[in-house]
Structure formats: C-alpha cells, structure tokens
Design a protein around this ligand. Structure first.
Ligand SMILES: Cc1cc2nc3c(=O)[nH]c(=O)nc-3n(C[C@H](O)[C@H](O)[C@H](O)COP(=O)(O)OP(=O)(O)OC[C@H]3O[C@@H](n4cnc5c(N)ncnc54)[C@H](O)[C@@H]3O)c2cc1C
Length: 442
C-alpha cells in the first residue's frame, strides 16, 4: 500500500499510486495518465505543512528526484531551479556560485515549490516572503500542457501561482531572483517581554531581521536580531558563545531542558509555567557571524504542531496582548514558545502579506496535547484582527471565511476554475479553502 504522512505526523493518506518524478516529462505523463483515469494528482514537497494541503488522494508525485539548479544567469543573478530542490540543497548550490536567497524562513527542509505554494516567510520588515523572489515558473496544467508563467507570458497565472496552494498545476521549474552571497551577524538573547513590546516598533524598523519568541507563562522573551553584512564586512566566527552555538528555536541548553521535560509537561500540565520559567534562566546571550543561510535556518528535530496567523503590522500589539490574555483566561498551559515575525507587503493574490505590511504570530503545541481544541479556541482571537492563516499551518477557516480576507480571492478561484475545471489538483483541504472546482466529481 502507498502511504504518505506529513512531518508532524498529524496528516496521512493512502494514495492509489506514488510516482517518483525525475523530470518534466514524468510530470506531464503522470498528469495526463491521471486525467485519463479521472484521478486527482498531488505534487508533494517535503511534507512540512501541518494542514492537509499536500494530502494526495489518488496520484502522489514525489518531487525530490527532480532536483538541482539548472543554470544561473550571471547578468541578472536569476537561478533556474528544478521544483523538487530542497532549500537546503538550493542554498548550498547558490552559495557555491556566490549567490543567496534574500530571505528565508526558520528551516530549510522544504522544497522550493512546496515553500512558495504556502507563502513561506521569514522575518524582516523590508523583505518579502519566498514567493516574492519568484521570477518565472514552468507549470504542467491539468490537461498535461506545459506552460511558462512569467510577467510577459501568462501573467495572470504567474501572479497567482507564486502562492498557488498546489491548486493550479505542478511546477516543474522555478526561476528565482537571487542576491550576492552575504553574511549575517546574529545577536540572540533573553529580554523582558514588557521592554521588548515597548520598543518593538523601533527595534523592528532598525533591524534587518528581527523576531522574538515568548515563553508563555513568563515575562521573558528570546530575541533574534540578524544584521546583513557584505562578505568583506564581517568575519565568520563566534563573538560571544552563550551556552554554545544556537541552532534551534531556543539555545541548546534550553532546547535540551525542554526535550528532557517533555514527558513531565505532558503528564503534568500544571508544571509547564515552572518549566518555562526554568528554561528562561538557561538562555544566555550569543553573538555570531556566518553565511546567511546557515544563520537563517535552524534545526527543528522535536515534533510539534503549529497555528500561525498573519495580521496587519499595526495590529501586532493588540493581537498579541489579546492572545496572552486569552491563554491566561482559559487556563491553557503552553510549553512551547510563541513566535512573532514581520515581513513587507506584497501583491501576490493569496500571499498572507498581500496588500499590507504584516506581522506573524505563531502558536506551537505538542502533538500529544489536545491541540485541536486549543487551536480552535485561539483562532478567533487572531482571526478577529483581519488575520489570515498560514496556508500550511493548522487553521479551520473555509472558503467563505477566507474570501473576505483576500481582495483577489475571487480572481484566484476563477482562475483555478478556468485552468483546472475538474479539480485535478484538488484534495479535501483545497476543496475546503477554495471550494470545489465546478466540474469536480462529487
Ligand atoms: C519545522 C517547521 C518549520 C517551519 N518553518 C516555517 C517558517 O519559518 N516560515 C513559514 O512560513 N513556514 C514554515 N513552515 C511551514 C512550511 O514552510 C510550509 O508548510 C511549506 O509549504 C512546506 O513545504 P514542503 O516542501 O514541505 O511542501 P508540502 O507541505 O509537502 O506541500 C505544500 C504545498 O506545496 C505543493 N507543492 C509541492 N510541490 C509542488 C510543485 N512542484 N508544484 C506545485 N505545487 C507543489 C503541495 O501540493 C502542497 O499544496 C515550517 C514547517 C515546519 C514543519
């Protein structure tokens, strides 16, 4: 039996067939064959979405074998990349050519096409998400036709497919804007929650990349501030090691403590505030400089589930305060940090940052907590601020509730209905968030 499950383990499926894609012809053949059988097709990335967005029902395309950089244009810096390339491999290959992606999220395990499908983002209010770095795509449509989507060819498809949710076609290759390789000087430390919030607007504005992690039930945050340096402006190395090099969501000692105490916090939730307090005491400052992608990407070995909402930048204070108050009122016990990040506005129809400078507030829970109940309760607090859920992170909204949150939602659905009228690329999640395609078999 073919099986598929996501990284967190909260989504799984038994597709009828799994196909290892090696090139564009494999995609065309698979989509054409699926169309003849009336099957649905789902290209899977690395399974790092917490929602069922990548769930394959019939034909499951495993993309990792279709990997690598095809070419880099030395004049424009644009890189033509195969769709199954992981960010991990892409970053390394770009670096060897003296190039880098301008901004990245917290990890690098996703494929480039999986990452852009959900508007994967990092932090930095002058920087857009990964989808804003897309210059062109080659896409296999529902009828098996291979089309180029760019500002000059099928521009409507191009704009929509930058955050396409996997609903418009299978992206075979993507052309990405890159920047000259650069260093990041990373300062990480514990700070007072109150002071961080008070100075937040100034800190975010004066930083290239700033984010903070709040340990619930404490008055302490863990801040990360990354400053961009040209290669000749800095030296790779550690200025202040804290308790060792930080390579996770929290410094190593705090991560180790959290892992060691995981059983305790699950069995005795009442212990969580004390455990979180203990963890804050293990955070010591660190400063290091390294290649950009090595600083952006962290390791997330421990499994968790996540909800993340994008709110208008100016709503971050109110949304965060209400979330804190709500958690306290409900008496929830949350053992993992809440993360707050920022990005620039963009104009991609289904990007969570479309039309507005954006702040992201993420809630992480352990898989063995009753996360479904807690996320359902927390969601209205974040949604009330004109919040938009991350497409790849747990949420419960449907097309009717999402439509009013995206000015061009209707245009996206109309395009989906035009290029994929039978819902060839649909699945239960997409049926929920976009509505079923007009000709989809019921
Ligand atoms: C530990 C962890 C850390 C994370 N950190 C961040 C973060 O910092 N910032 C952030 O924004 N998100 C983050 N995420 C969420 C993650 O980046 C997104 O969910 C992303 O979409 C996952 O990429 P993937 O390659 O695993 O794709 P999958 O989850 O496998 O698929 C996602 C979508 O992409 C589609 N897709 C894949 N390949 C193709 C293709 N070739 N053509 C068309 N569609 C395709 C799939 O069909 C599906 O619709 C994190 C997730 C985890 C588990």
């Amino acid at each position: 039996m073919n099986t598929w499950k996501n990284w967190a383990g909260n989504q799984n499926a038994a597709p009828r067939i799994s196909i290892d894609v090696r090139d564009t012809d494999d995609i065309v053949d698979a989509v054409t064959a699926a169309a003849q059988r009336g099957w649905r097709v789902k290209a899977a990335g690395s399974g790092h979405s917490f929602t069922g967005i990548a769930e394959p029902t019939h034909a499951h395309l495993r993309m990792h074998g279709h990997s690598g950089i095809v070419s880099i244009d030395n004049k424009t810096g644009r890189a033509l990349v195969r769709g199954g390339t992981t960010l991990h491999d892409l970053n390394k290959a770009l670096w060897e050519q003296g190039r880098a992606l301008a901004n990245l999220g917290d990890i690098d395990r996703q494929t480039i096409t999986g990452a852009i499908a959900t508007a994967t983002h990092g932090t930095g209010e002058r920087f857009g998400n990964l989808s804003t770095q897309v210059a062109a795509m080659d896409i296999v449509l529902a009828d098996g036709a291979l089309v180029t989507a760019s500002p000059s060819e099928t521009p409507e498809l191009f704009e929509a497919a930058k955050v396409g949710l996997g609903a418009l076609g299978v992206i075979s290759t993507v052309t990405l804007e890159t920047v000259p390789a650069f260093l990041l000087r990373s300062e990480q430390q514990a700070a007072s929650l109150a002071e961080t919030l008070e100075g937040l607007d100034e800190t975010v504005a004066s930083s290239d990349h700033f984010e903070f992690f709040w340990l619930p039930h404490t008055e302490v945050v863990y801040t990360k501030r990354n400053t961009r340096l040209a290669l000749d402006e800095g030296t790779v190395g550690v200025e202040q090691s804290g308790d060792g090099l930080t390579d996770g969501e929290l410094p190593p000692a705090a991560e180790t403590a959290l892992e060691a105490l995981r059983g305790l916090v699950t069995a005795v939730p009442a212990a969580i505030p004390a455990v979180n307090q203990l963890i804050t005491s293990l955070i010591t400052p660190s400063v290091r400089t390294d290649w950009s992608y090595k600083v952006f990407a962290t390791n997330r070995d421990a499994r968790f589930v996540e909800m993340e909402y994008a709110v208008p930048r100016e709503a971050v204070h109110a949304a965060f305060a209400e979330l804190r108050a709500f958690v306290d009122r409900q008496g929830y016990r949350i053992p993992m940090p809440m993360e707050v990040r920022f990005t620039a506005a963009d104009d991609v129809p289904l990007s969570t940052a479309t039309g507005r400078a954006t702040a992201y507030i993420a809630v992480h829970l352990l898989l063995d907590q009753d996360y479904d109940t807690m996320f359902r309760a927390v969601e209205p607090v974040l949604a009330a601020h004109d919040g938009r859920p991350h497409w790849g992170k747990i949420h419960f909204l449907s097309a009717g509730e999402l439509a009013g949150r995206y000015p061009r939602f209707g245009d996206f659905v109309a395009l989906r209905d035009k290029v994929d009228p039978s819902g060839r690329f649909g699945n239960p999640y997409l049926d929920r968030v976009l509505g079923t395609a007009p000709g989809a078999a019921q």
